[in-house]
Design a protein around this ligand. Structure first.
Ligand SMILES: Cc1cc2nc3c(=O)[nH]c(=O)nc-3n(C[C@H](O)[C@H](O)[C@H](O)COP(=O)(O)O)c2cc1C
Length: 325
């Protein structure tokens, strides 16, 4: 058992949170994480208000435990946000605000609905901004992470954020796939971890089985930071790169982003088709460097149990033996 302040704050047993990954989370995965004692979080990107409502209902049918929903602030969708505020999950999690957005007003609305507010930051200044705006939990996301990331690695970022926002609790995200990562995050001062890529390679994950196998096959060295997935989907993220598997799709456009800007509609269509067909070479596959730590597809609950047992063993046994002798 590993108990931190985050467990009391969020009403969870284990300090492990599922990243609210747009397009890579669904009710069964969220409920599996929450039922296993962590906090499941549903990514809302791409869902209509009605779809989000029915996902939230499906989560509630599958678990009575706390869960969260995630919203990207730079392209915030008021219809989806109002579903979150009406359905009142335990946590409203936010990420990727533009510099001119007023975080305080979003956080206040979530608080008024009775949600705890979690905000993800890849830089100390963004973490401070969220803390000043009233966030309850800060996620410090390192550049090792899958999906959209900043430039700072977790090892320096996490303790810097912990210090900058103290006494607010901080979750470490990026590159964490097992108990070693959890123990390291706690050593850096975090109160828990937020996990993405590891949870994509689970039985409950909604991604195509071929994509789960691509994560298993990845050695972690074959991801890169790139703007190619965003150019192809016609989106501009504020201050983010995407960490993606360097597959045939990325190879096709690397160094030719100018040409992709011209042909992005066709390229965007092709990656949607590849996604539908489970074509891991030609889809846009956002995964973290920790794919190199993932060697099989497992039930989400087993991953959480194993993470806790492994972290406990490291702290009680291996690390404990290193001191005081
Ligand atoms: C496919 C994918 C989609 C993601 N979508 C979102 C999102 O919509 N909102 C968000 O806050 N974070 C998103 N993330 C980031 C995760 O919440 C988390 O920070 C990251 O996965 C942690 O790093 P890891 O993948 O190494 O565990 C996404 C990550 C991935 C891999």
């Amino acid at each position: 058992m590993i108990h931190t302040r985050i467990c009391d704050l969020l009403g969870i047993v284990h300090p492990i949170v599922l990243g609210g990954m747009g397009g890579a989370t669904s009710a069964p995965l969220v409920a599996a994480v929450s039922n296993s004692g962590g906090l499941g979080t549903l990514g809302t990107v791409g869902l209509s208000g009605a779809q989000l409502r029915s996902e939230v209902e499906a989560i509630r049918r599958a678990t009575a435990k706390p869960f969260g929903t995630n919203h990207l602030l730079f392209e915030v969708d008021e219809e989806r946000l109002s579903v979150t505020l009406e359905t009142r999950p335990a946590v409203a999690s936010f990420a990727w605000a533009r510099p001119d957005q007023d975080l305080r007003s979003y956080f206040q609305r979530a608080h008024d609905a009775g949600c705890k507010v979690m905000h993800m930051a890849g830089e100390v200044s963004e973490a401070r901004r969220a803390a000043d705006a009233g966030a309850d939990v800060i996620v410090a996301q390192g550049t090792e992470a899958g999906g959209h990331v900043g430039w700072m690695a977790s090892m320096p970022l996490v303790p810097m954020v912990v210090k900058a926002v103290a006494p607010l609790p901080v979750l470490a995200a990026g590159g964490i796939a097992d108990g070693r990562g959890l123990a390291a995050a706690l050593a850096l001062g975090a109160d828990g971890v937020l996990v993405g890529t590891r949870m994509m390679a689970t039985h409950e994950s909604p991604i195509h089985p071929n994509f789960k196998q691509a994560i298993v096959k990845s050695d972690g060295h074959d991801t890169m930071l790139t703007e190619i997935p965003d150019i192809a989907s016609g989106r501009v993220w504020p201050g983010a790169m995407a960490r993606a598997l360097r597959n045939a799709f990325i190879e096709r456009w690397a160094g030719r982003e100018w040409a992709l800007r011209r042909d992005y509609r066709a390229a965007g269509k092709a990656i949607l088709e590849a996604r539908k067909n489970g074509d891991a070479d030609n889809a846009s596959l956002l995964i973290g460097q920790d794919a190199g730590l993932i060697d099989s597809v497992k039930p989400a609950g087993e991953i959480i149990e194993r993470m806790i047992a492994e972290a406990e063993e490291i702290i009680k046994d291996r690390l404990n033996k290193l001191v005081g002798h």
